[in-house]
Ligand binder design. Structure first.
Ligand code: ATR
Length: 272
């Protein structure tokens, strides 16, 4: 069978091996997939060795996505814009190719839940790497307006500027958020890692507003709890995105897109 892996540091909590094993069974593809913890100073050498020894594809996670971007000789438009690569493979010319499936994974998860990006007004909280990765896919999917709000307002402005050629994107601090309902409010901050919540006005949420936290956990995240209390009719966490980005990587490598619904359920049950 063909060899795939995820490289990161730390890697022990990665769910990717289980997800890809489930995809392999479902699609009948002869794929084996492992998780490998890579020393900080060994990343490039490990990637080169993996492909030299016949490995077919890699997922790249924290803290190596930017270094994978630098290594890639060809990059997809999403990866190019994200400044980060989470999927590597070799093309027929033997070039190392880099893609980023995080954003498309999020777009697919939203579509699964019938949240349309076409024409949507979107509020994004946070301006770090996670947010950078979803802006090109959101704008390509037809988002009409994106407001990026961040604790450090200057980072939101910079990000808005960097994507302004692709659509209507603006940046602000949390205090400057226009307190009117959005179609989608996306939490891309890492605040919930500290059990924290970005200070945002409840007025940005109406019944029709979808609220999405890119984080997930066994317990409801603080942002999801806040969203439900604020009156959102549709609240989601990032587990669907995790499985969807894996499915998109699998499609790039194998040419078959796995079904995700059952796999999302299985992984959800294992969280608690
Ligand atoms: P990631 O790769 O997960 O995006 P990152 O690039 O370090 O990580 O970005 C983290 C994001 O979460 C930033 O937007 C950060 O805000 P600052 O730019 O002001 O640092 C945001 N963030 C982290 N902790 C936060 C908190 N407690 N409240 C609000 N925002 C927070």
């Amino acid at each position: 069978s063909d060899r795939y892996a995820v490289f990161g540091n730390p890697i022990n909590h990665s769910k990717s091996p289980q997800i890809h094993a489930a995809f392999a069974v479902q699609t009948g593809e002869a794929v084996e997939y492992s998780a490998q913890c890579i020393d900080e100073d060994q990343f490039e050498a490990s990637v080169e060795a993996f492909f030299r020894e016949g490995g077919k594809g890699l997922n790249i996670t924290v803290p190596f996505k930017q270094r994978a971007w630098t290594m890639a000789q060809w990059r997809s438009p999403a990866a190019e814009r994200a400044g980060a690569v989470n999927t590597l493979y070799m093309n027929e010319q033997g070039q190392l190719c880099g893609d980023n499936t995080d954003g498309i994974g999020l777009v697919c998860d939203l579509e699964n839940h019938r949240t349309r990006l076409q024409g949507a007004r979107v509020l994004i909280l946070g301006a770090g790497g996670a947010v950078r990765g979803v802006l090109e896919p959101f704008l390509s999917a037809g988002a009409a307006q994106i407001v990026i709000a961040n604790r450090t307002a200057s980072k939101a402005h910079e990000l808005a500027q960097a994507f302004g050629d692709l659509g209507v994107v603006s940046g602000c601090g949390f205090k400057e958020i226009d307190p009117a309902p959005f179609d989608l409010v996306l939490n891309g901050t890492s605040a919930s890692l500290q059990g924290d919540l970005p200070p945002i006005p409840v007025d940005v949420v109406a019944r029709r507003t979808t609220c999405y936290d890119m984080m997930y956990g066994a317990k409801q995240t603080p942002f999801c709890a806040w969203s439900a209390a604020a009156g959102s009719g549709k609240v989601m966490d990032g587990l669907g995105m995790l499985v969807e980005q894996a499915a998109e990587s699998f499609r790039i490598w194998r040419g078959v897109k796995p079904q995700t619904a059952e796999v999302i359920e299985v992984i959800r049950r294992q969280l608690s």
